[in-house]
Design a protein. Structure first.
Length: 561
């Protein structure tokens, strides 16, 4: 009777597993079908009723207060950049750039032309003290301080809101393309032939920084958060970044995957950077990787000159104006019936599948690396060497008594400040590996201690050293004995991978959050998220139970059954 119940229980487990497996296979096949028909990319939308011009720059004071400059010398204003534009000023020269604050706006362009407005409607040409033939390429405003940069290394500075200007000395007579300041005294300029300059005294003097490139650098943007960063875009898809302990001194190259010229970069919030350039190039940088190559609503080929964003609302301008109100998230059509459950599943589950694959990749690597760490640390805990015991104990206590989320934040955002900048995938792997390694070390240590001491004594009596006995006799049995708790740790680690969503790693929870925020269908979305987690974790559990039964040591552990 007892054996029948045992076999019945196993039969029920296998039946449940097969049902879950069938569901998973069905979903995967459905996902492949849908993925073959959809791009899954984000879209930027064409602004209706826009003027006919080649737009050179854009400034968002707010989403309802936006200014554009055009190659015709016209300044446009919009209170609804999706379809409403008003021409408010026409200059005598083409305008290349515009900037402003709560007090005034400044626009500048070719032939040394600069104009200012205090209300956004009335514009006056500024007296620069002398006539300049150079073209201004960018403006920086910090309070009452204004910098204008342009061709032939021209730098003009005003500390009185543009009433008067003085010429500052540039390091080289290159074309200067972009300027940005951390505060009123410290700023950076980039230009042609790989030029990067820095000042710490309001521009009274500038020093050059080795960019390790001779390509033209077209745009610079400083992300001034608790962990300040510098982003620079240049020709042939070159993208440079500087942060951490070497902030502003050395620059890393981040692969964009493109060869088109990058004309502008802008970071609206921490960790998100928009990049625009030639041939309809719009990229989204999240964390340390370019996650999205954005697609336009139309098939037009546009050379984009500038981008500006406030939170998730962004505008890219060039030959035409395009906008994105969603940010780096999938855009879902509102013209379909989302109440249809199967339609919703067919649209969303492919995205969750991508998240599941991304999560599994991290977990597989983390489990393997964590096991090696755990095995090594457990061995150090059990040998007779006090310094090594202390090191292994300190590691285990540190990672088991601090939150995984804190460890994840430190590795993702703290290491770059120390000059270490692994890709986002490696951030996730390192954090999860170190965390699970601490727990696995305790599991394996308990397995080692469960092996009767007589086995070690017998091995030593046969002439084996402690290392040989541990390697050949103790560890093989300890690992087999700890398969059940290690299996449980693998499941827990997969569930903990949901925390990777906070660093923008696109695993299941991150994808589910994006979908829910885009569609406002939270219950439906997270039912699918929960089902995806269940299918994976239940499959892992059943597979590991099968391994456990095959490797169980007769007469040692494993319970009465």
């Amino acid at each position: 009777m007892k054996n029948t119940q045992i076999q019945k229980g196993r039969f029920e487990n296998r039946t449940t597993f097969l049902i879950a497996l069938v569901i998973m296979v069905f979903i995967i096949f459905m996902d492949i079908h849908v993925l073959s028909q959809t791009t899954g990319e984000n879209y930027w939308f064409y602004s209706e009723n826009q003027p006919s011009d080649d737009f050179t720059d854009v400034l968002m004071i707010s989403p309802t207060d936006v200014y554009f400059t055009g190659i015709t010398g016209t300044i446009y204003h919009s209170t609804n950049y999706t379809n409403t534009f008003t021409s408010i000023f026409s200059a005598s020269s083409p305008l290349n750039t515009i900037d402003g604050n709560d007090t005034f706006l400044i626009a500048a362009g070719d032939a040394g032309y600069v104009t200012k407005s205090t209300d956004g409607e009335t514009w006056i040409e500024l007296d620069l003290g002398q006539a300049y033939s150079e073209s201004f390429k960018d403006i920086e405003i910090q309070g009452d301080n204004i910098w204008l940069i342009g061709t032939n290394g021209l730098i003009l500075y005003s500390n009185n809101s543009g009433i008067s200007f003085v010429k500052q000395n540039s390091v080289r007579a290159e074309q200067l393309n972009s300027i940005d300041f951390m505060n009123a005294s410290t700023g950076f300029i980039v230009g042609d032939n790989g030029l990067i300059m820095k000042t710490s005294n309001y521009g009274s003097s500038w020093i050059t920084i080795d960019s390790k490139t001779t390509l033209n650098l077209n745009s610079i943007n400083l992300e001034l958060s608790s962990s300040p960063r510098i982003w620079i875009g240049g020709d042939q898809g070159l993208f440079l970044a500087s942060y951490g302990a070497t902030f502003g001194e050395t620059f890393l190259v981040i692969d964009t995957g493109i060869t088109e010229n990058i004309n502008d970069v802008y970071s609206p919030i921490f960790g998100i950077v928009w990049v625009v350039g030639d041939s309809s190039t719009i990229l989204g940088l999240r964390g340390n990787e370019f996650k999205n190559i954005q697609l336009l609503e139309t098939n037009a080929t546009i050379n984009f000159n500038a981008v500006y964003a406030i939170n998730n609302e962004a505008i890219a301008v060039g030959g035409e104006i395009y906008f994105n109100k969603e940010g780096l998230v999938p855009v879902f059509s509102t013209d379909v019936d989302w109440s249809d459950w199967w339609f919703f599943v067919s649209e969303v589950e492919p995205l969750l599948l991508k998240g599941m694959v991304a999560a599994v990749k991290v977990i597989v690597v983390a489990i393997v690396v964590g096991f090696m760490i755990g095995l090594f640390m457990a061995t150090l805990r059990t040998i007779r060497n006090r310094p090594l015991n202390i090191i292994a104990t300190a590691y285990s206590d540190l990672f088991r008594n601090t939150p995984l989320l804190v460890q994840l934040f430190f590795i993702t955002f703290g290491l770059p400040e120390l000059g270490v900048n692994p890709p986002l995938f490696m951030d996730a792997v390192i954090a999860l590996s170190l965390n699970t390694g601490a727990y696995q070390s305790e599991i394996i240590r308990s397995g080692i201690q469960a092996i009767p001491k007589g086995q070690m004594e017998a091995a030593r009596s046969l002439g084996m050293t402690n290392v040989q006995a541990m390697k050949e006799i103790i560890l093989p049995q300890a690992v087999r004995l700890t398969i059940p708790p290690l299996s449980n740790e693998a499941v827990i680690l997969f569930l903990n991978s949901s925390l990777l969503s906070v660093i923008a790693y696109e695993e299941i929870t991150r994808v589910g959050t994006i979908v829910a925020n885009a569609t406002f269908l939270y219950s439906k979305t997270f039912i699918l998220v929960a089902l995806t987690y269940f299918i994976v974790t239940y499959s892992i559990t059943q597979i590991l139970r099968s391994v456990e039964r095959k490797l169980k040591i007769p007469g040692l552990g494993g319970g009465a059954l």
